[in-house]
Design a protein. Structure first.
Length: 450
C-alpha cells in the first residue's frame, strides 16, 4: 500500500536516500494515513547521524531540538508544513525516572528504533522504496481497533508512565479497546503516574475528554483516573436516591461528559460539576438531596485544576460554570436579562451547554422537559443582545452623577439606587431612558424623605 506524502516530505526522504542513508516517515503520520486521516504532522527517522543530517540539509534552516536524542527540525521554506522533525535511529537507555531515558545510543537499524516505541499502531514506518514496515502487527491492531504495547507492556510503562494515559487517550479518541496484557500492566504500574509532570498529565486528560469513547474509558479505567484525581473516589457507586437521577454520581458524571458539546471547557466542567455531591448528601422522605454541592464542587474543581497546572483562564471559567451549573433558567426575558447581568453573554451560552449535558444524563421524564426549556434560551439571549436591551448597570441610561444632581447622597446610597433602577428596568416597570429613570428615582427619594 502506498501512502500519499506531501511534496516536501517526499523531497526530504529522497534527499537522505540519495546521500546514502535510510529514511522513513514514522509513527502517528503512518497510523493516521492508514486510517484514511490527514496527518497533522510528519515525523521522519533516518540512519543518518545528526551531524550527517545537518550536512545533507546545509542549505536549509535547521533547529536543534535535542542533539543528545538525535532530533533536528527542518524548516521548509514557503511551505505550510510545520518544521519537520528528523530523528536518528536510536536505542534508549535506562529510564530511571519513569519519564525519559537517561541516555540514548544511535543505531543503524530501523528495527531497533521501532522496538522502543510505545504502541504497535505507532511503531510502523513507510517509504516509497520499502513500503510499509510493520514489525509488530500494527496494521492488524489498527484493523481490529486495539491498543497494544510494543513488546513487554510493563517495561514500556516503566520507561514512561505517561504511556498509561496515552493508551487511554488513543482508546478514547480512536474508539479502540486496550489489549488485555497492556491493560493489566497499566493497572499494575498506575502509581508511577505520580512521577509525571502535571502539565503532561493534563494534556493527555484534555485529549482523552474530547474523544468519542470517553465514557467507556472513564467507566472502564476509573482506577487510573482516580490516580490523578483521587477526589473522584467517593463518587464511585454513590447512589443519588432521587427521581431525577437513574445513575450513581460517577456514572452520571461520565454520561454528562459524553453527552456534552465537544468543547474542552464544557467537558472539564462536566467532569467536576458534581464532584462535591458525596459531601452534601442528605435525605428527607427517602429522597436524596445535595444542597450546596455547586459551591463545594467549584472549590474542589479549582484546587484540582491548580494542582494539574491548568492556565488561569481555564480555571476561572470552569469553576464559574461549576458554581452556576444548577442555577434555574427560565425561558423568559426578565430571567435571562438577570443572568446576563450576573455572568455575561459568553458564560451564559456556555452554561446552557453545561445544563444540556447535565440533563441528558438524568432520568428521561425530567430530561425532556429541561431540554425543551434550554432549547429556547439561546434565541432569547440573541434577541436581547440584538435589541441592546438593558441588563447591566453599564447599560442603564442614568448614572451616579445624575443621581447626585437629583439629591441622592454620594456613596452606598448611589449603588443601592442604581441597582434598584436596574431591577425596575429588567422587570419592565420603567423604560430605560434618562427621563423615565430620573422620574422614578425622584419619586423614590421623595417617598423616602416624607
Amino acid at each position: 500500500m502506498n501512502i500519499e506524502l506531501p511534496n516536501e516530505i517526499e523531497e526530504i526522504l529522497n534527499t537522505l536516500e540519495s546521500a546514502g542513508y535510510e529514511a522513513y516517515v514514522v509513527g502517528g503520520c503512518v497510523r493516521d494515513s492508514l486510517m484514511g486521516k490527514a496527518p497533522k504532522d510528519w515525523d521522519i527517522c533516518t540512519s543518518a547521524l545528526p551531524e550527517q543530517t545537518r550536512a545533507v540539509f546545509r542549505e536549509y534552516a535547521v533547529i536543534d531540538l535535542g542533539l543528545n536524542f538525535g532530533t533536528l527540525a527542518l524548516v521548509m521554506q514557503k511551505s505550510q508544513l510545520e518544521p519537520v522533525e528528523i530523528t536518528t535511529f536510536r536505542i534508549d537507555g535506562v529510564y530511571s525516572d519513569n519519564r525519559r531515558p537517561d541516555s540514548v545510543a544511535f543505531s543503524k537499524s530501523l528495527a531497533d528504533d521501532l522496538s522502543r516505541r510505545d504502541f504497535t499502531i505507532n511503531a510502523m514506518a513507510y517509504s516509497f522504496r520499502a513500503g510499509i514496515i510493520d514489525l509488530f502487527g500494527g496494521k492488524e491492531d489498527l484493523a481490529n481497533k486495539i491498543v497494544r504495547c510494543v513488546g513487554d507492556p510493563a517495561k514500556r510503562f516503566q520507561e514512561d508512565a505517561l504511556r498509561i494515559m496515552r493508551a487511554m487517550r488513543f482508546a478514547s479518541v480512536l474508539g479502540f479497546q486496550i489489549e488485555k496484557q497492556t491493560l493489566m500492566a497499566m493497572n499494575d504500574n498506575r502509581r508511577l503516574l505520580e512521577r509525571i509532570a502535571k502539565e503532561r498529565i493534563a494534556n493527555e486528560l484534555n485529549r482523552m475528554l474530547l474523544g468519542t469513547g470517553v465514557d467507556e474509558i472513564f467507566i472502564g479505567h476509573k482506577g487510573i483516573i482516580a490516580e490523578i484525581i483521587p477526589e473522584i473516589i467517593p463518587m464511585f457507586d454513590f447512589r443519588q436516591n432521587n427521581p431525577h437521577h437513574g445513575y450513581d454520581v460517577y456514572t452520571h458524571t461520565v454520561m454528562s461528559i459524553a453527552c456534552a458539546k465537544n468543547d474542552l471547557t464544557i467537558r472539564l466542567t462536566m467532569l467536576f460539576h458534581d464532584i462535591g455531591k458525596p459531601m452534601c448528601y442528605t435525605e428527607s422522605d427517602e429522597i436524596g438531596h445535595f444542597y450546596g454541592h455547586p459551591k463545594i464542587s467549584a472549590d474542589m474543581a479549582k484546587e484540582i485544576l491548580l494542582r494539574l497546572k491548568y492556565d488561569s483562564n481555564t480555571i476561572k471559567t470552569v469553576t464559574e460554570l461549576v458554581l452556576y451549573h444548577d442555577i434555574e433558567m427560565k425561558p423568559r426575558s426578565k430571567n435571562i436579562k438577570r443572568l446576563l447581568g450576573k455572568i455575561g453573554e459568553t458564560r451564559l451560552r456556555q452554561l446552557v451547554e453545561v445544563q444540556k449535558a447535565d440533563a441528558m444524563a438524568q432520568a428521561e421524564p425530567f430530561r425532556n422537559e429541561k431540554l425543551e426549556i434550554l432549547s429556547r434560551i439561546p434565541d432569547i439571549v440573541t434577541e436581547i443582545i440584538k435589541q441592546q436591551q438593558c441588563f447591566s448597570l453599564k447599560d442603564l441610561a442614568i448614572n451616579g452623577s445624575d443621581l447626585l444632581k437629583l439629591g441622592f447622597t454620594e456613596g452606598k446610597e448611589i449603588g443601592i439606587m442604581l441597582n434598584r433602577l436596574l431591577d425596575m428596568v429588567i422587570n419592565e416597570l420603567v423604560e430605560n431612558s434618562k427621563e423615565s429613570l430620573s422620574k422614578a428615582a425622584s419619586s423614590i427619594l421623595v417617598n423616602k424623605d416624607s
